[in-house]
Design a protein around this ligand. Structure first.
Ligand code: THU
Length: 129
């Protein structure tokens, strides 16, 4: 992921966040996943009245990409208040396709300040069968 792609990915995650359906937690999350050919896939959290059925932004983006035929990824941006790190479930699901994925965390409460991590650092020993 080069600097231009990072800028585009952050912008896409911020836009995706606006599409969140989060009437229960009021915590909107946007995600943007960069595929190997440069295509960006977006996702937002989609909550449900049956709370446990909520889908995180990261898994929404990943499912959209895989369903479109993309399985190789070179970057992920996540935009939310506080610049949050992806939940454990999303880490495992992302690791299915990109164990060393570079991740940009965007803090919407801090003028969209970014922090960069890798999935490998967040989930060093993912389950695999
Ligand atoms: N959420 C995400 O979209 N991604 C994460 O990695 C953690 C949490 C969502 C789920 C729920 O709609 C809201 O944030 C509060 O937990």
């Amino acid at each position: 992921m080069n600097e231009q792609q990072k800028t585009e990915l952050v912008a896409a995650a911020l836009e995706a966040r606006l599409m969140a359906h989060a009437p229960y937690s009021h915590f909107s999350v946007g995600a943007a996943l960069l595929s190997a050919d440069g295509t960006i896939f977006r996702g937002a959290n989609v909550e449900n009245a049956s709370y446990g059925l909520t889908i995180c932004a990261e898994r929404t983006a990943l499912s959209t990409a895989v369903t479109a035929g993309y399985q190789t990824f070179s970057g992920l941006a996540i935009a939310a208040a506080g610049g949050v790190s992806p939940c454990g479930a999303c880490r495992q699901v992302l690791a299915e396709f990109a164990k060393q994925l570079p991740i940009v965390l965007v803090d919407t409460e801090a003028n969209n300040a970014t922090r960069e991590v890798t999935l490998e650092a967040l989930l060093p020993d993912p389950f695999s069968s």
